[in-house]
Ligand binder design. Structure first.
Ligand code: NDP
Length: 435
């Protein structure tokens, strides 16, 4: 806390990991002596820069951008860019720290990073978003590269923003290279990348359920968010025979007791991405659904819960409500959506709980595959990538079980993910000596 005053999200993330790691390294002198955890918890560097742009009314606007390069022991820094008014250095440091463990868990050679700006794309014209993205990249380009740091999308950064940033990078450097992932498929993007995080979170859920002899079919799911991750998680739940009851955004949540089927999901995708509309409009389109303004969906009784919006969107009380209503499993599409107190409630109730760093790793895993395809100048098809994603999620689940099985049949997936993710990075750092 003394080293990082006021950085509550970052301290929360380090605290959660440190508990498990201390237990794991208790009898492993080499990690202590090398101060490995302390070194991972100090980013390699935090780059902060001014982003200056002109809005449609010719006002000059000044915003702050960051890139946090946390750790590149096992591969180039890799992690998304977030554009949201809630972005602070603390939020990006927490995300870059978590990303280091997540990327390690995928088994692919990727280090951890994260970036973004306190820019709100909502209500901005396409031209304004383009000017912002170009200005952001005009500084960022000197810090990244296909073997240095490969950013991707995150909240507020989708295909449109990646396109504008990639175009600017190419214009400045005169190089076409795989410097960003989540690109459009016509210019080097990977098939399956848009679906990968949401589908992956459901595959992780499926693996947790299978481990206890259950499956998704016939179960009700409550999902938060209505962006990339939430809509694809909803799609996969539906494909596997589950029923999705809710979606949300920062204005509130919709509850559709009839179930949010593929046709409705397609409408939401189009409405949020192309019309840039709000989830509350769903109830005008699909009678029978209700909109709950300013509320979160965790009070709707369900078997499965998938928080897919943002950090700290599920607190202790809401976790208790889920448990009391008979929820069996939680798989996090978002990063750190459950508070530390909420996680404790899940563990005490022995609920199957898949933390974001494991459950949502499918996105970055397919980003890793996008990097491989770009380097090789090839593209794999949807089917092949789908199989790879399924295998990767099964592998991540297996590692969590290996390090997180409590011995009584209950798996602490947080502990499993923390230890498995830590070990690979730590061993690489030991090999490098004191650097
Ligand atoms: P999108 O921008 O596509 O969607 C974000 C969704 O979350 C929107 O519905 C948004 O609502 C909602 N949301 C954002 N902030 C808040 C808030 N403070 N309160 C309530 N709702 C909020 O982002 P993604 O779907 O890509 O990302 C969602 C989560 O998944 C994030 O935690 C992200 O870090 C994580 N993630 C994403 C990956 C990816 O591949 N995209 C990979 C791994 C993790 P509104 O429109 O009102 O802002």
């Amino acid at each position: 806390k003394k080293r990082n005053p006021g950085q509550t999200e970052f301290i929360q993330a380090v605290h959660e990991v440190a508990q498990d790691i201390f237990e794991f390294i208790e009898d492993k002198e080499e990690y202590h002596e090398a101060q490995i955890l302390r070194r991972i918890a100090e980013p390699d560097r935090v780059i902060s820069f001014r982003v200056c742009w002109e809005d449609d009314n010719h006002n000059i606007r000044v915003q702050r951008g960051w890139r946090v390069q946390n750790n590149n022991a096992i591969g180039p820094y890799k992690g998304g860019i977030r554009f949201h008014p809630s972005v602070t250095e603390s939020v990006l440091k927490f995300l870059a720290f978590e990303q280091t463990f997540k990327n390690s868990l995928t088994g692919l050679p990727m280090g951890g990073g994260k970036g973004g700006a306190n820019f709100n794309p909502k209500g901005k014209s396409d031209a304004e978003v383009m000017r912002f993205c170009q200005s952001f990249m005009t500084e960022l380009y000197r810090h990244i590269g296909p073997d240095t740091d490969v950013p991707a999308g995150d909240i507020g950064v989708g295909a449109r923003e990646i396109g504008y940033m990639f175009g600017q990078y190419k214009r400045i450097t005169n190089r076409w290279e795989g410097v960003l992932t989540g690109k459009g498929q016509e210019y080097g993007g990977s098939q399956m990348r848009p679906e990968a995080t949401g589908y992956g979170a459901v595959y992780f859920l499926e693996n947790m359920l299978k481990h206890r002899g259950m499956d998704v079919a016939g179960h009700n799911a409550v999902i938060s968010g209505s962006g990339n991750v939430a809509t694809h998680a909803a799609e996969k739940i539906t494909q596997l025979g589950g029923k999705v009851l809710t979606l949300s955004d920062s204005g509130g949540f919709i509850h559709d007791p009839a179930g949010i089927d593929q046709e409705k999901i397609n409408w939401v995708k189009h409405h949020k991405t192309h019309t840039r509309g709000r989830i509350k409009d769903y109830v005008d389109e699909f009678p029978g659904a209700e909109f709950h303004e300013g509320e979160r969906p965790w009070g709707v009784p369900c078997d499965l819960a998938l928080p897919c919006a943002t950090q700290n969107e599920l607190n202790e009380q809401e976790a208790r409500t889920l448990v009391d209503n008979g929820c069996k499993a939680v798989s996090e599409g978002a990063n750190m959506p459950t508070t530390l107190e909420g996680v404790k409630v899940f563990h005490d109730a022995k609920l199957m709980y898949g933390p974001g760093k494991a459950a949502n790793a499918g996105g970055v895993a397919v980003s890793g595959l996008e990097m491989s395809q770009n380097s090789e100048r090839i593209s794999w098809n949807h089917e092949r990538l789908g199989e790879m994603l399924t295998e990767l999620m099964e592998g991540i689940h297996g590692k969590c079980v290996e390090y997180g099985d409590k011995g009584d049949g209950y798996v602490d997936y947080v502990k499993g993910a923390n230890i498995a993710g830590f070990k690979k990075v730590a061993d690489a750092m030991l090999a490098f000596g004191v650097v």
